[in-house]
Design a protein around this ligand. Sequence first.
Ligand code: NAD
Ligand code: MLT
Length: 559
Amino acid sequence: MNPKLNESEKEKTKKVLVTDHISEEGIKKLREFAEVDIELELSKEELVKHIVDYDALVVRSGTKVTKEIIEAGSKDKGKGEGKLKVIGRAGVGVDNIDVETATEKGIMVVNAPAANTISAAEHTIAMLLGLSRKIPAANMSLKSGVWERKKHMGVEVNGKILGIIGLGRVGSEVVKKAKGLGMRVVAYDPFISQDRAGELGITLSGFKEVLSLADFISLHTPLTKETHHMVGAKEFELMKDGVRVINCARGGLIDERALKDAIKSGKVAGAALDVFEEEPPSSGERELLELEEVVVTPHLGASTEEAQKAAAIIIAEEVINALMNKSVRNAINMIYVEEELMGAIKPYLVLADKLGRLSAQLIPKSSRTEQFEVSYEGEIGAGGVGAGTGIAGNTGLITVAMLKSFLSWFIDGVNYVNAETIAKKFGIKVTESKTETIENFSSLVSITTTTQSEKKRTVAGTLFGKDDLRIVRLDGFRVDASPSGYMLLCSFSDKPGVIGPVCTILGDRGINIAGMQVGREKAGGEAVMVLNVDSSVGEDTMEEIKKVENILDVKLVRL
Ligand code: NAD
Ligand code: MLT
């Protein structure tokens, strides 16, 4: 989509700040519309100071767009005096942007998810072959004047098993190319249906199975709380002796210290890394980088003329569309709707975001979601609330908002436009039901998820007044909790002596309880306790709580 601008549409009063290198074609396009400043060397402090002057910020992965920067760029709540409306990411990964804060501040985050897929997949294959044939080491030694053939003996990839972790855009392209090299491919991706894998001519396997079967393992997942250090010491143990590992996705997926140990012990024959936990790598990482068995590139997966041009043009177009209040295809966190309707819908979109995220966190890791049922009860289901505002005809938008925030917990690049398509691709059946009948509330919105391996989980929320968000149901339990920050969900048998010890454990560890709610089926039956806590709860503390007599389960969620 190329927004054609006529003279009246040009708003040269808009200002765009570009803080990472993007292709000239994108800059040219932005300059047709706005005043563009390119500042590639700004410190974090300088960016916090400068951002107040800009309507849009355009970055790649180099700039860390932190809460502080976003708050300084926003106008909200007197924290910042800025006018930032959109953050453009010329690439796919948004893990360098605090999307949560941007969403809270009403700042749109847009990306260019497919622009560099082919380049990233080609780079992965280049790294695979560079690793298997020791090309970088051979290159270096010959250039230094040494003709050494025996030392650089490699292995063929033909006939070998490639294990793909993450079968999204890049993972799927790597599969196609690896098959062309005669490799056999196995893949793990809990959010992809077997049908999709079948289209690529491969079968899905479990995570551990892929780790234990593969001669080469290539990672292609986003970096999220779930995937951080998904490959560590325990996982290396499960791998074949002499396995080779490739990471062209995100630093942080592999525990680098564990990788170094596994290479030094001889368990892992080599690794090819394009991405690092810290970029540029810290001095602590040098030991890993300097190992002979390790092939490295400085985050070059998307560094081709084609990918950079495509990403820069897409992001320029999307930023211009956002600044012109036009619909934006690749919005990560917002949808464009007319102002009057937005006023009524906005609180429900915020509630939807919280419910979607809560549902995602209740699902056990690596369990595929099969059904996502949304229900609207009371006025919102009947049209009472919506009658004057248009919500009744637009619950679909709220459903998509829930789905988007649910899927975003697991996948990069989900937006209002593609959330349903992605759900379909992953084999998730999405349903929406409405009823006027309701007890106790004027409106109630709920999500029920069904996964392969677990019972249904239901979360429901409502608005008290105009915008006071509440979680009012967790599975069968009536609660009344504010969906913000950290929440500890404890299920227990309703017997005396449970609540006190849990609170004492938290108190002893300096964790402040901001709110507490208890709901139960019936006296003496199963009960649930929801604690809003002011800080995160560590694994050790969770383990302590699990040991309290009559506690059935404990889960920490973050909303
Ligand atoms: P994508 O969203 O299309 O695919 C990611 C896949 O990972 C999805 O299919 C998702 O279901 C899967 N996934 C999520 N959590 C998982 C888990 N716990 N276990 C297994 N699979 C899981 O993203 P993409 O465009 O294919 O990009 C993949 C990765 O590559 C991202 O991290 C992206 O930032 C990175 N990337 C890096 C470069 C580079 O320059 N090195 C270039 C492009 C993309
Ligand atoms: C991405 O997420 O798109 C890649 O890391 C590419 C990049 O921005 O360099």
